[in-house]
Design a protein around this ligand. Structure first.
Ligand code: 5GP
Ligand code: MG
Ligand code: MG
Length: 180
């Protein structure tokens, strides 16, 4: 695989993200929501660097039906916590078309949030199909399919401590193993 961002670059990016979020909210209590599963690793690193009092919750969104192409978005809010009158920060791994964050910020407003902002580690240089843009973001990356640091291909590679682009042979091997 080809490494796009190594461990120390990711570390520095999360540090920057936390500093921006801290300086925006100050000591105001924040309800921080992880968009599972891709934001799992980022989320754990990020919330420990934020200084304000926090409520923490998760919501699950998926649009990659077992592959690399984005499909229909499904949201599972069963594990959501109460956000009524709360300042909410949605955390996702990557902003691509923008449909995920757009849908979820709409949902948070429907649930009665006082304010909704979003933070992502990665922002893809591509055609976004929504007007919303993430309020906080650490890195701009080219329009390539990336894995590691929480991001998967067929549920693999989330555990890698770096961000990488898979070689064609690794893609084939992973797809073949997923079928067996
Ligand atoms: P969007 O809704 O903005 O198009 O896509 C956001 C979601 O798609 C992310 O939460 C992530 O799960 C997935 N995604 C987008 N680009 C990539 C990518 O390059 N690699 C992986 N593994 N997932 C991606
Ligand atoms: Mg996701
Ligand atoms: Mg995925």
């Amino acid at each position: 695989m080809r490494i796009l961002l190594d461990e120390s670059q990711l570390n520095e990016g999360v540090e920057r993200l936390a500093a921006e979020i801290d300086s925006h909210y100050g000591d105001r209590p924040l309800t921080v929501i992880a968009i599972m599963t891709g934001s799992l690793v980022l989320f754990a690193d990020l919330i420990r660097r934020l200084s304000m009092p926090q409520r923490v919750g998760v919501v699950r969104a998926s649009s990659y039906r077992g592959g690399m192409k984005s499909g229909e978005l499904t949201v599972d809010a069963q594990m959501m916590i109460d956000v009524t009158n709360r300042d909410v920060l949605l955390v996702d791994d990557i902003f691509d078309t923008g449909k995920t964050l757009d849908r979820l910020s709409g949902m948070m407003h429907e649930f009665g949030a006082a304010s909704v902002k979003s933070a992502v580690l990665l922002h893809k240089r591509t055609d976004h199909v929504v007007e919303l843009r993430p309020d906080f973001r650490a890195f701009e990356i080219p329009d390539e399919f990336v894995v590691g640091y929480g991001l998967d291909y067929l549920d693999m590679f989330r555990n890698l401590p770096y961000l990488a682009v898979l070689e064609p042979a690794e893609i084939e091997k992973t797809a073949a193993e997923a079928k067996s």
